[in-house]
Design a protein around this ligand. Structure first.
Ligand SMILES: [Zn+2]
Length: 103
């Protein structure tokens, strides 16, 4: 008995994916198949290990700006590190911030 793999009903299936930096199961996202989970977004750091965070520049969820959590200074890069994995931050398609590993 052979079951045919159905690829045309993919959207009806509940899919999951792994967070690339902690390997936790997270909700599947077709547009961002390698986005970093919320927990890991709390432990973003710069190259030297100082905690940074990213946020939208406008209230309607556009733009991406980083800042240092400790002193609020602007972090002028979209590159960051999560648990030693080089990542980059960007504006998410539906608003908000999405962090993904740098490839
Ligand atoms: Zn994670």
């Amino acid at each position: 008995m052979t079951k045919k793999y159905q690829t045309h009903h993919v959207k009806e299936h509940k899919k999951q994916q792994h967070c690339p930096t902690c390997n936790r199961y997270i909700k599947h996202n077709e547009r961002y198949p390698d986005y970093v989970c919320n927990k890991c977004m709390d432990v973003i750091a710069d190259k030297a290990g100082s905690p940074v965070m990213f946020y939208n520049i406008t209230n309607d969820g556009h733009g991406c700006q980083g800042k240092y959590i400790e002193d609020g200074k602007l972090y002028r890069s979209s590159r960051c590190f999560i648990k030693g994995v080089k990542c980059f931050a960007g504006e998410a398609y539906f608003g908000g911030i999405v962090i993904r590993p740098q490839k």
